[in-house]
Design a protein around this ligand. Structure first.
Ligand SMILES: *Cc1c(COP(=O)(O)O)cnc(C)c1O
Length: 459
């Protein structure tokens, strides 16, 4: 065993090995040394446990290069999202338009007029350009941009009703994934929640009865990720605005996703539009940048000028403000909405959501022969209709007709299926499908580069 230890190469001599020079040039001596030390430690432990040398002992430089490459890979790996969920929160939600990507890149290379007004050389306002666009598109008086919609809700509550009561329908006290619960956010904002109505029905008289001298706000929350069906009643924003006016109380709406365009034009289910709520007189409306809007992660608040000014001045705004990358991406995304006729082409989210099932089926038919060639021995492959979903809590019950290639293991073993899914997750660009009914489903709705897909998947 002593003999085996003495066969381990010295770090110094490895560092002089020409085969390791590219790594040292690229990643530096310190990184290469750490890598080799870890390997040496691992080899020692291996000798102790197995009284032999690890297989990679045959070629230390190769192994060091392989490990380094793995470690230097980004933790944000591009993947093929074939889950059938278009806006997949765990996969980063919306993929941005080329215009937004170009705008972000440009904003990073050079100094930009983030808070600098060129006309009077005074300190400008960082949300100003995006706010002007939002006003043009929605008819709102002003806008405020924060890190995400959760932050938007927190800022609205903390600014408009600290220490006051906020009246919300019991049916709208939702939890959005990742521990965002309306009652918890209320508490964090220093507001006191006043629940009115019942889970399935809330009436205007319920809100009216709950208003006291301590009321600060009337609030509506879009129940984006679930739906109550049957004997239900909710109070419209317009009715609530009228009640608010009687009592000089602002009405705010957390819209969740919100769409700036009428989704039904594209054959998609209707989603409330922020501009409709502004027209109904709602004081502030908040929605996400990276849900149906198809932009970067952001929380967008639009509404009355005087209230937005208060949000902008609140100390929390400084903590929740977005950076130039987000503003650049958001501005470029909103610019696309000026030309709605072109939107289904220019905006990837809308492009994917509106992809016809017939087109997806053709894609499946093109891919099937090559996939059968490789996987046909162990799996039976079929082209099957399936249902995509929008995701991110948008329109939870609605499904989009789509087409998948399914893989059923010929040995009928779940283990074989899991092994396949695992192997695909280990690819240079992991392929993420959906396990369901004893099959692995690849919903092809979000597959846009079939050449890259095949090159990545096939040996
Ligand atoms: C998604 C959602 C949120 C949270 O938005 P993020 O942008 O993910 O922070 C808040 N409220 C509703 C109703 C939502 O649908």
């Amino acid at each position: 065993m002593k003999n085996l230890f003495s066969q381990l190469p010295a770090i110094d001599s490895l560092l002089r090995d020409p085969a390791l020079q590219p790594l040292i040039d690229d990643a530096g001596t310190a990184f290469a040394t750490r890598q080799l030390r870890a390997m040496q430690q691992e080899a020692r432990e291996y000798i102790q446990q197995h009284q032999g040398l690890p297989a990679w002992h045959a070629n230390w430089p190769d192994e060091a290069l392989r490990r380094s490459e793995q470690q230097r890979q980004s933790a944000l790996r591009p993947v093929f999202n074939l889950t059938g969920t278009v806006l997949h929160t765990n996969l980063g939600r919306a993929c941005l338009s080329d215009a937004a990507i170009a705008a972000v890149t440009a904003s990073l290379r050079q100094p930009v007029t983030l808070e600098y007004a060129l006309d009077d050389a005074a300190r400008g306002h960082r949300d100003r350009a995006v706010a002007a666009l939002l006003c043009e598109l929605t008819g709102a008086e002003d806008a405020c941009i924060v890190n995400n919609n959760a932050a938007a809700v927190l800022l609205m509550l903390a600014t408009l009703a600290p220490g006051r009561e906020v009246v919300v329908s019991r049916g709208e006290l939702v939890e959005i994934g990742g521990a965002f619960r309306i009652p918890d956010v209320m508490r964090q904002a220093g507001c006191q929640l006043v629940e009115v109505g019942t889970t399935n029905r809330t009436h205007l008289k319920d809100y009216r009865a709950a208003i006291t001298d301590d009321s600060g706000l009337l609030m509506k929350v879009h129940t984006s990720n679930y739906q109550i069906q049957g004997f239900t009643h909710a109070v419209s924003e317009a009715e609530l605005v009228a009640l608010g006016e009687e009592h000089q109380l602002p009405v705010i709406t957390d819209l969740g996703s919100g769409s700036l365009i009428d989704m039904t034009i594209y054959g998609l289910p209707a989603e409330p539009m922020p501009q409709q709520l502004i027209a109904a007189g709602v004081s502030l409306v908040s929605f996400s940048g990276d849900k149906l809007l198809g932009g970067p992660q952001a929380g967008i608040i639009i509404g009355k000028k005087a209230l937005i000014a208060r949000l902008q001045q609140h100390p929390l705004k400084r903590a929740l403000r977005v950076d130039k990358m987000t503003l650049a991406a958001l501005e470029a995304t909103l610019q696309l909405y000026r030309h709605p006729e072109n939107l289904a082409v220019a905006l990837p989210t809308l492009h994917l959501l509106t992809r016809p099932a017939a087109e997806i089926r053709q894609l499946a038919e093109r891919l099937l022969p090559a996939l059968e060639n490789t996987f046909g021995e162990d799996f039976s492959l079929t082209i099957a209709p399936c249902s995509s979903q929008i995701g991110s809590g948008s329109l939870p019950v609605e499904r989009l007709p789509s087409v998948a290639i399914t893989f059923s293991p010929r040995d009928g073993q779940g283990g074989t299926l899991h092994a396949l899914a695992q192997r695909w997750r280990a690819l240079p660009q992991p392929v993420i499908g959906r396990l369901q009914e004893g099959k692995l489903w690849l919903d092809l709705r979000c597959l846009t580069d079939e050449t890259a897909f095949l090159r990545n998947l096939l040996p």
